[in-house]
Design a protein around this ligand. Structure first.
Ligand code: SF4
Length: 137
């Protein structure tokens, strides 16, 4: 059962193959294959994606001084928007169905300042969601 933290429940729907290095990307691809047939276990802190990240130290992100705190805030926002909490088990398809209802707020709060936005912008689902945000503004 893939363990995924809050913000990954949103961001990973837009993955197109970009990541920190080959091991990170391969791991992420494998997780996304598993989400097709397996229930997702919502976790806190470093998850099954982070485990292959070169910036994970223990259960903390050391990418920058404030990274861990900021990412945990992202997790909290994602879980609040999705109305989910750590420990919940849910299918990937159920989460995906919720995206149109929460994406506007997510985009305005997180995507707008995210350094990985260039990667999500290659994804057609992401492009559609951004168009819907623009139409509603
Ligand atoms: S742009 Fe950043 S915050 Fe927005 S979905 Fe992509 S990775 Fe997540």
């Amino acid at each position: 059962m893939p363990k995924l933290r809050g913000h990954h429940l949103i961001c990973l729907h837009f993955f197109r193959g970009d990541g920190y290095d080959a091991a990170f990307v391969e791991n992420l691809k494998g997780i996304l294959v598993r989400t097709e047939s397996d229930i997702v276990d919502i976790s806190e802190g470093g998850d099954d994606v982070c485990i292959k990240c070169p910036h994970l130290n223990g259960n903390r992100c050391i990418y920058t001084k404030d990274a861990d705190e900021n990412i945990r805030k992202m997790d909290k926002r994602a879980l609040n928007l999705l109305n989910l909490s750590p420990g919940t088990k849910i299918s990937w398809q159920e989460i995906r169905k919720m995206l149109p209802g929460i994406f506007h707020e997510w985009y305005k709060a997180e995507c707008i300042r995210c350094s990985w936005r260039w990667a999500c912008e290659k994804n057609s689902l992401y492009q559609q969601m951004v168009l819907a945000v623009d139409d509603n503004d």
